[in-house]
Design a protein around this ligand. Structure first.
Ligand SMILES: CCCCCCCC/C=C\CCCCCCCC(=O)SCCNC(=O)CCNC(=O)[C@H](O)C(C)(C)COP(=O)(O)OP(=O)(O)OC[C@H]1O[C@@H](n2cnc3c(N)ncnc32)[C@H](O)[C@@H]1OP(=O)(O)O
Length: 184
């Protein structure tokens, strides 16, 4: 992976540990928002990622490239592949049970991905320093050990839940996250 210093954990970074309340090994993570382009079941042309964590530390999901995801004829759009990387990494930080957002995403495109391909996505965390999480992901063609088509490294920054209410739609958050109180 070609990686900048921004997405490389500093020497003092802590090794990540899943939150005690995080989904246990072998379980599904679920969607954080039904209309999310990456994981929402109600998005008509989204990626529909459904992630599982095999070990409580990494997450995995499959994405089958459809006609709505083309850039060149019958080939996946690079931005859509970056979105898949962003989403699987976003799902992996969910293991820490704290809200994070993408601050920086770096992507290597290694092979073209034809429409109809199923990409096997995997993401993990390389370190945490304060609010900053250093993460990585890959997408392999056809099988979990298939050829790598895309790799990504990311810096995610921890925010509070008010971030989403302040900048987005507080009522939609309250509707799907019943434990979230919308401040007047
Ligand atoms: C029903 C609704 C449900 C709602 C949600 C429920 C919970 C959801 C939970 C989980 C969601 C998962 C979502 C998955 C989807 C995939 C993830 C996305 O696509 S997220 C969207 C794209 N990203 C953004 O929109 C961020 C936009 N940017 C910002 O908001 C700010 O810039 C932010 C929060 C990233 C930082 O702003 P500051 O003011 O809080 O903090 P400062 O001090 O600027 O940064 C903190 C540290 O990070 C570094 N930093 C920040 N941005 C950096 C960058 N681009 N490059 C390098 N360093 C950066 C800074 O240098 C600083 O470092 P030093 O502490 O000084 O060492």
């Amino acid at each position: 992976m070609t990686r900048s210093p921004v997405t490389t954990p500093p020497p003092e970074a802590d090794q990540p540990a899943a939150h005690f309340d995080a989904p246990p090994p072998g379980s599904a993570l679920g969607s954080h928002y039904s209309r999310c382009f990456g994981c929402g079941a109600d998005h008509p042309t989204g990626l529909h990622l459904a992630a599982v964590t095999p070990d409580g530390a990494t997450v995995e999901a499959e994405f089958t490239v459809g006609e709505a995801h083309q850039g060149a004829p019958m080939l996946a759009h690079g931005g859509v592949l970056a979105a898949a990387m962003d989403e699987i990494i976003g799902m992996s930080v969910w293991l820490f049970q704290r809200p994070y957002v993408t601050a920086r995403l770096e992507t290597d495109y290694v092979r073209p991905v034809p429409v109809g391909t199923t990409l096997h996505l995997r993401a993990w965390c390389n370190g945490i320093a304060g609010r900053k999480a250093y993460l990585e992901a890959e997408g392999r063609i056809g099988a979990p050990d298939g050829p790598v088509a895309v790799r990504a490294a990311a810096l995610f920054v921890q925010v509070d839940m008010e971030h989403f209410a302040r900048h987005g739609d507080a009522a939609a958050i309250a509707a799907e996250h019943h434990d979230f109180e919308v401040n007047p």
